[in-house]
Design a protein around this ligand. Structure first.
Ligand code: FES
Length: 145
């Protein structure tokens, strides 16, 4: 039921770990399944994401989507990173089973939370970025489960 790319990123996740003194850190959970994602961003003075790492206490789909999401934001500007939506991540993974789509939101939201943290610390505004939630389960539709 999982694509080869999902299995690859699940079994060999990229960018696992943490960054000391990160420019921005974002933590997001989903209270329904109990999964938690934390993303660390290292951003240079030109607002380019130099490095990114993630840690998760989450399901396989959360691991795979976070791994792919970190690959997609690395090297991008903070503004470009806003285009890395959960849809973009799923496309890059050749799709996810419908019941696992909500898992991909953890990565997107955790990246937004880390960007928010960075923006707050540096007094900048990233267009389209809104104050992140710490629990994303409230917005989900029941039929996603
Ligand atoms: Fe919770 Fe996948 S089941 S993130």
């Amino acid at each position: 039921m999982y694509t080869e790319k999902v299995m690859d990123h699940f079994q060999n996740p990229r960018n696992v770990g943490e960054i000391e003194d990160a420019s921005g850190v974002g933590t997001v959970g989903n209270a329904r399944c109990g999964d938690i994602m934390r993303i660390f961003l290292d951003i240079d003075e030109n607002q380019i994401i130099r490095d990114v790492k993630f840690k998760t206490f989450g399901c396989g789909a959360a691991v795979a989507t976070s791994s792919m999401a970190t690959e997609l934001v690395k090297g991008k500007s903070v503004q470009e990173a806003m285009t890395v939506t959960n849809k973009a991540v799923m496309e890059a993974l050749d799709g996810l089973p419908p019941v696992k789509v909500h898992c991909s939101l953890l990565a997107e939201e955790a990246i937004h939370a880390a960007l928010w943290d960075y923006a707050q610390k540096n007094g900048i505004r990233i267009e389209g970025l809104e104050k992140p939630k710490t629990d994303i389960s409230e917005e989900e539709e029941d039929e996603a489960y």
